[in-house]
Design a protein around this ligand. Structure first.
Ligand code: PGA
Length: 267
C-alpha cells in the first residue's frame, strides 16, 4: 500500500435527497484522518447539494458520481456528462458490475467513459471483476486482463497512473459473500502485472487499486493489510455512518502501523 488509503462509500440507489444531505452533514462533522481519503457516492440528484454543503463546511470529504455519460452535451435524454461534474465530484464510478450486468454497459461504452472522465479532469474509479460462472471456470485472470485492455485502451500510461481501479468480484457484491484475502491478493497482483506489461513499471506501481464486495468493519483490515490494496469500495456497509466510520478508522490505524519508526541517531 502506498500513499493515502482511499475509502469510498457507494450509496447506490438509496436515500432521498434530504436523507443523503443529512448523512453527508453527519459525516462532515467527523475529523478525517490525514492519511485516509474518504469519499461518498450519492445519487445524482443529491450530488450538487452535498457538494455545496461540503464546500461551506470546508470539509475534506470527497464526492464521487455513480455514473456519467461520455459525450459532453447534446441529445442524450436522461444522461449527465463528465463536464457537468466539474466542481462537484472528484471521482466517477465507471464499469460498476451493476451497470455492466443490469444496465448492459459494454466494454466499449466503458472505455469511452474512462476516456471522457480523464479528459474532463474527473478521476475514474474503473470497476472490474469476474462473475461466479467465470470464477468457477477459472477464467478470472482472463476476464481481468480483457476488461483492463478494453476499458483503458484510450488512455496513456501517464493517465492510467492517475486513475483508480476497483477489483470487485461480481459474486461478492451485495451478497454478503466476500472474497478471501488470498483471492484478492492474487487478483490485485494480476491487475498490477497487466498494467505493468501494458503501461510500464511506473504506472503499474502507481495506479491505485481498491477492493470492493461485501466489505464490513470486520473484514476491512484483512484487505487493507494486503500490500497491493490501496483502499476499499464499500456498498452496503456505507449506508450508515455507524457502519462506515469504523472502516475509515481501521484504515487510519493500519496506516499508522505502516509508518516506519525512524531510530534516532546518537550525537
Ligand atoms: P457491497 O457493494 O459492499 O454492498 O457488496 C460494493 C459495491 O458495489 O461497490
Amino acid at each position: 500500500m502506498s500513499g493515502q488509503t482511499l475509502i469510498l462509500g457507494n450509496w447506490k440507489m438509496n436515500f432521498t435527497v434530504k436523507q443523503a444531505v443529512a448523512y453527508a452533514e453527519k459525516l462532515s462533522e467527523k475529523s478525517l484522518p490525514s492519511d485516509v481519503i474518504v469519499g461518498i457516492t450519492p445519487h445524482t440528484l443529491a450530488l450538487s447539494e452535498i457538494a455545496t454543503l461540503l464546500q461551506d463546511k470546508k470539509s475534506q470529504l470527497k464526492l464521487a458520481a455513480q455514473n456519467a455519460f461520455y459525450k459532453d452535451e447534446g441529445a442524450y435524454t436522461g444522461e449527465i456528462s463528465m463536464p457537468m461534474l466539474r466542481g462537484i465530484a472528484q471521482y466517477v464510478l465507471v464499469g460498476h458490475s451493476e451497470r455492466r450486468h443490469v444496465l448492459r454497459e459494454s466494454n466499449d461504452f466503458i472505455r469511452e467513459k474512462n476516456a471522457a472522465a480523464v479528459r474532463c479532469g474527473i478521476t475514474p474509479v474503473f470497476c472490474i471483476g469476474e462473475t461466479l460462472v467465470e470464477r468457477q471456470h477459472y477464467h478470472t485472470n482472463q476476464v481481468l486482463s480483457d476488461q483492463i485492455m478494453l476499458g483503458l485502451a484510450d488512455l496513456t500510461a501517464e493517465e492510467v497512473a492517475e486513475i483508480v481501479i476497483a477489483y470487485e468480484p461480481v459474486w461478492a457484491i451485495g451478497t454478503g459473500e466476500y472474497a478471501s484475502p488470498e483471492d484478492v491478493d492474487k487478483a490485485v497482483d494480476k491487475i498490477r502485472t497487466e498494467i505493468t506489461s501494458m503501461y510500464g513499471a511506473t504506472t503499474g506501481a502507481r495506479v491505485r487499486i481498491l477492493y470492493g464486495g461485501s466489505v464490513t468493519k470486520d473484514n476491512a483490515a484483512a484487505y487493507l493489510a494486503l500490500q497491493g490494496v490501496d483502499g476499499l469500495l464499500v456498498g452496503g456497509a456505507s449506508l450508515s455512518v455507524s457502519k462506515f466510520w469504523p472502516i475509515v478508522e481501521t484504515a487510519a490505524s493500519l496506516k499508522k502501523k505502516l509508518i516506519p519508526v525512524v531510530e534516532k541517531k546518537g550525537r
